[in-house]
Design a binder for this molecule. Structure first.
Ligand code: FMN
Length: 305
């Protein structure tokens, strides 16, 4: 059997494999470390950080749907300083790349966080301009090329680490948004964040989520995510990290073929914490089956009919 190389370099960062845990679904790694050897993962994007601690939205914050979940967690997190002091040392024990996902209400807040993180040991910053679950800001920056351009170019000035801009699917033309992020200096883009949704309790005649609307994720969103990742990858030269509904190695391979250089796994971790390891092994088997030596042999190799 041929030996295959799963490593991939993105924005100057060497990931040992293309499996990165999606922000908000992996906390700060602690709980999962009881089940998974975090050394096996390519990277972890931590729970979305804000300048100050946030308690998040009131419950219920999760509603199950037939093939996914609707969430409105509302960026519950300890704040960027507490993350650096209390959570980062734990994560740095492992040989995996750490991505700090940040969210703010104003451009200044994003810039301040990027500056603070600049002197920490994180490997990259992921700009969350696509969270549908907080009232002010965040998603607002991500829905127009002008908004993306403004926030990306400003935050970039404060970044010491590579900047990944995470795009929302709640737009009509993802290509123009991706191109705006690239033009403004993003080193990489990741997509998709959750799709805005609603679930109703028919007996109470009220939304199930206390915050009314939420973000949809899980297997149901995969075809939409895949289409958007393909379109974005066609539109830009910088690397793309794909996510949305990945739960098997076949899913991950689809994203790689569509043009993603790496994938993020989110909701599937709630169902099966071992799925990133299974996905990694499945990708390896696929490469061996077709006599490929490296993950690069399949990235962007989709041919349209
Ligand atoms: C409970 C939950 C919390 C999330 N929190 C964040 C977050 O803090 N920041 C962020 O950029 N994305 C967040 N996301 C979005 C995921 O990172 C991912 O983009 C999305 O869920 C699609 O991937 P999936 O279908 O594999 O879950 C969250 C998703 C879920 C389900």
């Amino acid at each position: 059997m041929n030996k295959v190389d799963l490593s991939v370099k993105i924005a100057g960062i060497d990931f040992k494999n293309p499996l990165i845990m999606a922000s908000g679904t992996y906390g700060f790694g602690k709980e999962y470390s009881e089940y998974v050897d975090l050394n096996e993962l390519g990277g972890i994007s931590v729970k979305g950080l804000t300048l100050k601690e946030r308690k998040g939205n009131p419950p219920p914050r999760i509603a199950e749907t037939p093939a996914g979940i609707l969430n409105s967690v509302g960026l519950q997190n300890p704040g960027v300083d507490a993350f650096i002091k209390d959570d980062l040392p734990f994560l740095k024990q492992y040989k995996t790349k750490i991505i700090a996902n940040i969210a703010g209400n104003t451009i200044e807040e994003y810039c301040e966080m990027a500056e603070i993180l600049g002197s920490s040991e994180i490997d990259a910053i992921e700009l969350n301009v696509s969270c549908p679950n907080v009232k002010a800001g965040c998603l607002a920056f991500g829905t127009t090329p002008k908004g993306i351009e403004e926030i990306t170019s400003n935050v970039k000035k404060y970044c010491k680490q590579p900047l990944i801009v995470k795009l929302t699917p709640n737009v009509s033309d993802i290509k123009s948004i991706a191109m705006a992020a690239e033009a403004a200096g993003a080193d990489c883009i990741s997509l998709i964040n959750t799709i805005l949704g609603l679930a109703i309790d028919i007996h109470k005649k009220r939304p199930i989520l206390a915050n009314n609307f939420g973000g949809m994720s899980g297997p149901a969103v995969k075809p939409i995510a895949l289409r958007m990742v393909y379109e974005a990858a066609q539109a830009v030269k910088i690397p793309v990290i794909g996510m949305g509904g990945i739960s098997t190695s076949d899913d991950a391979i689809e994203f790689l073929l569509a043009g993603a250089s790496a994938v993020m796994v989110g909701t599937a971790n709630f169902v099966n914490p071992l799925c990133p390891i299974e996905i990694k092994e499945g990708i390896e088997q696929y490469l061996k089956r077709y006599n490929y030596n490296s993950i690069y042999d399949i990235i962007g190799k989709l041919e349209l009919n």
